[in-house]
Design a binder for this molecule. Structure first.
Ligand SMILES: [Zn+2]
Length: 378
């Protein structure tokens, strides 16, 4: 079968590899729609971010190696021994970070706290291939009301659900969200469903602000044209937002905010308020911890998403309570267009993409077909 393998950073090739075999507890699947995450798209080029050292080591010891591809909608072809939840023909999506199943935490039903298990696409081959073998424990059945494209976003949405849960919103809380990429827009929608009062969003791209308004932001601020901290303070009678989600930080080369958005989050949150750190910065950064101490700020990081988060995610999208379609801007066709999807996803600002670029793996041709009414890949 054909699979994308990395021979080094910036060197991905469509190679012929042996078909995977389905072992106990595993499911053999055929990828339908797959998207690189922003992290994967950066790592592919060797840009330091989450898991950079781990990927570098794997390339040094295992290359050529199948990497990435943990955000997907796939169809089950065959189930291995002991798998009872799925049947051939089922459409499924997944969470990426898995518990080990063997440690004290896993045995004590606290597997959500286990960090010893594998990550799909990092430790296990992902879905940038014609076939993939996945642990059944990672998977969830996709409701018929959810399209293939939307299903490929469920992994990211389950992380956003976990992030909003970490915030423990109080009814009527004023929420500010820095960054309106896919996770920022997901946090916006999940926060609205979780008791948020007024929601103020921030981005530097007008197209992202427009989608944010469409999906329910009360104020979508463009940080290029206004002082966002001042505006958030004015909108909250000088007090600041109760909770700030920071989803904009990261490499400025990729159009992200460096750590500027974190500093703004600290200035925009009220005293004793919470900052939820969703971004990855790719290295150490300078932060005045005394200021956080003085103002009793809580800088919290989301839990990893669990099976329960993933199942909730399916309900949210199937019932129409969370809308993903307006965020899907770039859909490519055919396994050959995977590198193009990485390029667009690594440079979302340049390509006016909101969600990562998706690849319909089975369709022939390489025509870029943006969602109706949205900017197309140029
Ligand atoms: Zn464990």
């Amino acid at each position: 079968m054909k699979a994308w393998r990395f021979h080094g950073f910036g060197d991905m090739r469509l190679d012929d590899v042996p078909e995977p075999r389905c072992g106990p507890g595993q499911v053999l699947v055929e990828p339908i729609c797959v998207q690189p995450s922003v992290t994967e798209a950066q790592l592919a080029q060797g840009i330091p971010t989450l898991a950079y050292d781990r990927i570098k080591r794997r390339l040094e010891t295992d290359a050529p190696v199948q990497l990435f591809g943990h955000e997907f909608c796939v169809r089950v072809i065959e189930v291995g021994p002991g798998v009872e939840r799925f049947r051939p023909g089922d459409r499924v999506a997944a969470r990426a970070k898995l518990p080990c199943g063997e440690c004290r935490l896993c045995k004590g039903e606290r597997s959500d706290r286990c960090r010893r298990g594998p990550v799909i696409g990092f430790d296990l081959p992902g879905c940038f291939a014609e076939l993939a073998c996945l642990p059944a424990i990672a998977l969830v059945l996709v409701d018929d009301r959810i399209s293939d494209s939307e299903a490929a976003c469920l992994q990211s949405l389950s992380d956003s659900v976990a992030a909003v849960e970490t915030a423990q919103l109080q009814m009527g809380d004023t929420v500010a969200i820095f960054g309106q990429g896919s996770m920022g827009l997901e946090c916006l929608q999940v926060a609205r469903l979780s008791g948020a009062g007024r929601i103020i969003t921030v981005d530097v791209r007008e197209e992202a602000c427009a989608v944010s308004r469409e999906l329910g932001a009360d104020h979508a601020l463009n940080a290029r044209s206004i002082d966002v901290v001042k505006t958030i303070r004015e909108l909250t009678e000088g007090i600041g937002a109760d909770v700030v989600f920071e989803c904009a930080g990261g490499s400025p080369k990729q159009g992200l905010a460096g750590h500027q958005s974190l500093l703004q989050a600290v200035d925009a949150v009220r005293s004793a308020g919470k900052i939820i750190g969703v971004s990855w910065f790719g290295g150490p950064l300078e932060l005045n911890v005394d200021l956080l101490r003085e103002r009793s700020l809580r800088y919290l990081f989301p839990d990893i998403s669990t099976q329960a988060h993933l199942e909730h995610t399916v309900r949210l999208v199937a019932s129409g309570r969370v809308r993903l379609k307006p965020t899907i801007t770039h859909v490519l066709s055919g396994i050959e267009s995977v590198p193009r999807a990485f390029e667009i996803t690594a440079n979302k600002g340049k390509f006016q993409a909101i969600n990562p670029a998706q690849v319909m793996m089975k369709l022939a041709g390489t025509t870029d077909c943006g969602a109706p009414g949205r900017s197309r890949d140029k």
